[in-house]
Design a protein around this ligand. Sequence first.
Ligand SMILES: Nc1ncnc2c1ncn2[C@@H]1O[C@H](COP(=O)(O)OP(=O)(O)O)[C@@H](O)[C@H]1O
Ligand SMILES: CC(=O)OP(=O)(O)O
Ligand SMILES: [Mg+2]
Length: 383
Amino acid sequence: MPEYLLTINTGSSSVKFAVYSFEPDAPPAPCWQGSIDRLLPSPKNAGGTTKNVFEQLLEWISAHLSINDIVAVGHRMVHGGPRCHSATWLDNEKLDYLTSCIPLAPNHLPSQLELIWRFLEKLPDIPQAGCFDTAFHAGLPRVASLLPIPRAIQGDQLRRYGFHGLSYAYLMEELQLVAGTAAANGKVILAHLGNGASMAAVRQGKSLDTSMSLTPAAGLVMGTRTGDVDPGLLLYLLRQRHMTVEQLDRMVTWESGLLGVSETSSDMRDLLKRRETDVRAAEAVDLFCYQARKLLGAYAAAMGGLDTVVFSGGIGEHAPEVRRLICQQLEFFGIKLDNAKNLANAGVISAADAKVKVRVIPTNEEIMIAREVKQLLTADRKN
Ligand SMILES: Nc1ncnc2c1ncn2[C@@H]1O[C@H](COP(=O)(O)OP(=O)(O)O)[C@@H](O)[C@H]1O
Ligand SMILES: CC(=O)OP(=O)(O)O
Ligand SMILES: [Mg+2]
């Protein structure tokens, strides 16, 4: 009887799922994949959305295979807190622990956990595994993970964790395949630009720094998240505007970023269409690209140079105009795009004479999940 793995990548604006073959002596091969995108994120509709997603998912599975042929489900877990650094089966104790981590990733963990509970309720015999976005950054140098707050408050739990790790791990493997070992071991900036957006500075294959921090609200401006803001602004809003903590949380997580600035949409496709006629959309796009450009400079400085930039994620893979705006004026440190290649979303979009290679690599978090779950299953079956 054939055996399959189901992978589920719940992002902040989409759920991407895929079924892979599971054979002990072969790498997981993709059989079917699907996605539900433009899920409007909001704290109020998270539960309803997840119920809907679960039902659509079951329908989608039964259209392709018998549910009994699925031997394990792997879920992307955005946050593993201070304890979870590698893929693991999700038993009640792990799920309780991850539930306690919700405040560290309030955009993602509630819907990720709810989907797991629905699976456990409906299909209790299929083991569920968690694969962590934070794992790729687990070895961040101390200087990058340390927060500038009193040590007594910081403890072991409060530090920069970093996210989009399944994506970054995949991009580094692909970079090695398409560009070779020397390029993969060089000074690389990975830009995962989706509804959530982050960058990572990677040298010798190791994460040296990344823009998201304790939570995925930090760093670049995003679909609905602020990214980095002046901590004084938050205090000002608490004191002078008398915002409650809940109002502040909603503002930072759900009402800011591209949506807050444009006042119309968190979706880059909409903003690119509207920016000729709506100055708010134009400003949102400009802000996004300006911040990304500044961070490229910062990470090149942090690494003492730059060999490769990789664009990925929904925006990074599909929006040439955003890549053009990010890379403009960077010729002084070797970044220069080839316009035609950029417009074609080609694999290499830098000009032939540019010092820095700029690449577009479609990410695949699902295959990383499938590989990690296969390892867990294989280890179990050996015992
Ligand atoms: N063709 C496109 N042009 C511009 N932006 C796009 C395009 N396709 C997708 N996007 C953008 O990608 C973002 C979603 O990215 P994705 O990585 O799928 O999100 P998630 O964070 O949910 O994983 C949205 O802002 C969407 O507008
Ligand atoms: C961590 C994060 O923001 O993930 P996503 O881009 O999938 O929302
Ligand atoms: Mg994503």
